[in-house]
Design a protein around this ligand. Structure first.
Ligand SMILES: [Fe+2]
Length: 132
């Protein structure tokens, strides 16, 4: 089952919602890779998806952090902290281990993304929209 960007993820801030939707699209590339039975060696694609996710997430966090600053959002420090943790998790994947067990590696990435996207967007980002 793919990640579905449903209405309950919306913050009401257009640019942030568009970027979140893009994050879901990238996450779904990892899902497509998991279920693709025709590619036997998925390593290069896994590395590419992780890289895209990392780059886009950095771009998105910068935007979200600038926005929080512009409205003087009181909880922006816990946001910054969670963002930093997310990036460091994305940077800490052991690519050799993933190469040895690619499906397991993809599943681990997918589980992490599912819980993070859900917990962070619904638990924290939606509150930024409410503070407008
Ligand atoms: Fe955030």
């Amino acid at each position: 089952m793919k990640y579905e960007f449903t209405d309950d993820y919306l913050t009401g801030i257009e640019s942030i919602d568009e970027q979140h939707a893009r994050l879901f699209e990238i996450a779904n590339q990892a899902y497509d890779l998991l279920t693709d039975q025709f590619v036997t060696d998925k390593y290069d694609e896994i590395v590419r998806v992780l890289e895209e996710l990392r780059e886009y997430t950095k771009y998105h966090f910068k935007h979200e952090e600038d926005y929080m600053k512009s409205i003087n959002y009181p909880k922006r420090f816990s946001q910054l902290h969670q963002h930093a943790q997310f990036i460091s998790r994305l940077e800490s994947y052991n690519l050799e281990e993933i190469d040895m067990a690619q499906q397991e590696g993809l599943l681990e990435i997918l589980d992490f993304l599912a819980s993070w996207l859900q917990g962070h967007i619904k638990g924290m980002d939606k509150k930024i929209g409410e503070a407008k």
